[in-house]
Design a protein around this ligand. Structure first.
Ligand code: RET
Length: 253
């Protein structure tokens, strides 16, 4: 089975993948070289961010190549067979990066050890379950299966939002004023970008294997990935710098 794009659609997907790839590479370098601009206790959060964008850069490289290999002219093979466009790269990427992103948020807050551990032991399994449950729906062409796994995956998704907005809110009260504000913005960025994924997934269900739904899903996921990984990582860096300065690090760092 294949979807036939027109030339501007094909070029758009090709260019968006290329943009995603270079954004991840550039962001990896930026967060790596910025290590010394924050206090040692915040460096782990930056390492997480570098790892997230590195892992994503690798997967965008594979996705980009897979798109080229699956294309015969403007027809993209989406059959799921060998040589077809491989949607699994995205899910393997998310399976690794989504738990890391959540650990990154917790790490930059530098909360008490028990609080961090309790948040992480709930967030990491929930995020892995969310991605693992979404995959069977993503690759299925049967609408009932897509809806079933979409709903199942939404359960851990809502649980994660509950932890981030309700549970984490309690520890925010103890953060310095400017930091609490930036963390508030971080959570807004998180909800705005993470919300794009289920919406793109819905395009897949209602779009019924059409070229325009293929384009919408791929462009949607890629833009959301750049926001959720790169822009998010840069916000984490900003929070780490603000906290480092609030805790006595010289301002010229
Ligand atoms: C799926 C399936 C449909 C239901 C829901 C989903 C949520 C996906 C999310 C993915 C987040 C990915 C991130 C990647 C960036 O690194 C799996 C599409 C709720 C929230 C943040």
């Amino acid at each position: 089975m294949s979807v036939t794009l027109n030339s501007s659609e094909w070029n758009l997907v090709y260019n968006v993948f290329s943009f995603g790839l270079v954004s991840m590479l550039a962001c990896t370098i930026y967060t790596l070289v910025s290590q010394s601009r924050v206090l040692p206790k915040y460096r782990n959060a930056l390492v997480m961010s570098s790892m997230v964008t590195f892992i994503a850069g690798y997967h965008y490289w594979r996705i980009f190549n897979s798109f080229g290999e699956a294309s015969e002219g403007m027809a993209v093979n989406v059959s799921g067979e060998q040589g077809a466009f491989n949607e699994a790269y995205r899910y393997v990427d998310w399976l690794l990066t989504v738990p890391l992103l959540l650990v990154e948020v917790i790490a930059v807050l530098a909360l008490a050890k028990e609080v961090s551990r309790s948040l992480i032991t709930r967030l990491v399994p929930a995020s892995a379950a969310m991605i693992a449950l979404g995959y069977p729906g993503e690759i299925s062409s049967d609408q009932n299966t897509q809806v079933l796994y979409g709903v199942l995956s939404t359960i851990p998704f809502l649980y994660i939002l509950y932890i981030l907005f309700v549970e984490l809110g309690k520890s925010l009260e103890r953060q310095p004023a400017g930091v609490a504000e930036t963390v508030g913005r971080l959570r807004l960025l998180l909800i705005a970008t993470w919300g794009v994924y289920p919406i793109a997934y819905i395009f897949n269900i209602v779009g019924d294997e059409s070229a325009s739904s293929f384009v919408a899903v791929q462009v949607g996921y890629t833009i959301a990935d750049v926001l959720a990984k790169c822009v998010f990582g840069l916000t984490i860096l900003k929070i780490a710098r603000m906290k480092s300065h609030a805790e006595g690090m010289a301002a010229d760092h």
